[in-house]
Design a binder for this molecule. Structure first.
Ligand code: NDP
Length: 255
């Protein structure tokens, strides 16, 4: 019978961008289920603080600041996690950016901003999947990519971001085919969430109201409301779900 509990005791979870916003909520949610969680990002102090939050909940952790766009750093991250724990059960590719310089009409967006966004959101996610692949296959684990509603439908003036998130959904589906039945690979596609990434939007009253008008739930999500479906997808309760993209958007793109 399927295990209907959310008990990740003795399991090892790596969360990229696990120090702030959605990633931090994912880190704390897994730690609350008993997992050993390794939250990483580029900022040493934030990584130390997130690691301490895991330890306060009784889990073991490791502080390994990592820029996911640096393939050598990513390789080192997974080697170190394997060396310490001897296993990896879940990887959450959450690190992502939407640079302000890459917002606007296509002809105004610098091609270098396009590269920068791809290098973090898409190439970084692939590097992590590659780095963790053999460990996930050994544990029968799970990979979860944090995409976006922008990975499912078009959004104006966010071309690099939307292109990378569509790519991430495609990567999810093709990895799911190659790694089945050993590793399940899924994506979560949030709508707007209250984090640093959306500070600029919430400060623009007209834009904020316009987005709320488009959202039947009439509010942005709390990061915990994205973390909960991520933990579900990693759990035994989702044992027959793979290659799926779960939209969590308060009804925004519901037809
Ligand atoms: P935040 O900006 O609040 O946090 C982003 C996290 O990623 C930080 O921990 C940041 O740490 C880390 N990060 C950024 N660049 C890198 C990098 N190159 N290498 C490693 N870590 C990095 O973002 P959110 O929490 O809002 O977003 C998290 C994910 O959710 C992203 O993939 C985003 O696209 C997606 N998303 C967010 C939505 C929203 O409305 N907020 C909606 C839909 C999807 P540091 O800067 O210290 O490296």
């Amino acid at each position: 019978m399927t295990d209907m509990t959310l008990d990740f005791s003795d399991q090892v979870v790596v969360v990229t961008g696990g120090t702030r916003g959605i990633g931090r909520a994912i880190t704390e949610a897994f730690a609350a289920t008993g997992a050993n969680v390794v939250p990483t990002s580029r900022t040493d102090a934030d990584v130390t603080e997130a690691v301490e939050a895991v330890q306060e909940q009784g889990g073991e952790s490791l502080a390994i600041p990592t820029d996911v766009s640096d393939k050598k750093a990513v390789k080192n991250l997974f080697v170190q996690v394997q060396d310490k724990f001897g296993r990896i059960d879940t990887v959450v590719n959450n690190a992502g950016i939407n640079p302000m310089g890459a917002l606007g009409r296509p002809e105004a967006i610098d091609v270098d901003e396009f590269d920068r966004t791809i290098n973090v959101n898409l190439r970084g996610a692939f590097a992590c999947a590659r780095g963790a692949g053999s460990a996930l296959q050994a544990s029968g684990g799970s990979l979860i990519n944090i995409a976006s509603v922008g990975g499912v439908v078009g959004i104006p003036r966010q071309h690099p971001y939307v292109a990378t998130k569509h790519g991430l959904v495609g990567l999810t589906k093709s990895l799911a085919l190659d790694w089945a039945p050993d590793v399940r690979v899924n994506a979560v596609a949030p709508g707007y969430v209250t984090t640093d990434l959306t500070d600029g939007i919430r400060e623009n009253e007209d834009l904020y109201q316009h987005l709320l008008d488009q959202t039947p739930m009439d509010r942005f999500a709390d990061p915990d409301e994205i973390a909960a479906p991520v933990v579900f997808l990693a759990s035994e309760m989702a044992s027959y779900i793979t290659g799926e993209c779960l939209v969590v958007d308060g009804g925004w793109i519901t037809e």
